[in-house]
Design a protein around this ligand. Structure first.
Ligand code: FES
Ligand code: FES
Length: 154
């Protein structure tokens, strides 16, 4: 049975009408209409569904949407700088850190959380910060380079 509640996503309040056992990634994609957040393993393993909740990275496939009431949810759509790409997005593109792109939104959200808490991370700290995000395409090195470049620019 559906219930009505509200979610704050990227600074906008959305009315939701959904079953209380729906996970956040599913509600973001189908009820809110923000499909940047990807669903991969649906089992807290791959990080494709990573969003920020009150600034903390969370696998949204394993987080009930209803639990996010009263919290600020940030998705990859929420980090755009107006019409401009976020520096992480631009650097991932320029460093060749995007191939199929399926992991990219989750990588960006984890990297954003890392750079917020640690603006000048070492390579090892970047590896640890992104350790919950799997990429099948790039071999990770170009993603690391993009995060390092973003840190160096800020
Ligand atoms: S889809 Fe959520 S961790 Fe893989
Ligand atoms: S670019 Fe394809 S999974 Fe990372």
């Amino acid at each position: 049975m559906n219930e009505a509640y509200e979610l704050d996503v990227n600074g906008v309040r959305y009315p939701i009408n959904a079953a209380m056992d729906r996970n956040l990634s599913s509600v973001l994609r189908t009820e809110v209409g923000l499909t940047g957040t990807k669903e991969g393993c649906d089992d807290c393993e791959c990080g494709a569904c990573m969003v920020l909740i009150d600034g903390q990275p969370v696998n949204s496939c394993s987080y009930l949407a209803a639990q996010a009431q009263g919290r600020e949810v940030t998705t990859v759509e929420g980090i755009l700088d107006g019409d401009n790409l976020h520096p992480l997005q631009r650097n991932l593109l320029e460093e060749g850190g995007v191939q199929c792109g399926f992991c990219t939104p989750g990588m960006i959200m984890s990297a954003q959380a890392l750079l917020t808490r640690n603006p000048s991370p070492t390579e090892e700290e970047i590896r640890i910060g992104l350790s919950g995000n799997l990429c099948r395409c790039t071999g990770y090195q170009r993603i690391l380079a993009a995060v390092e470049r973003t840190a160096a620019e800020s």
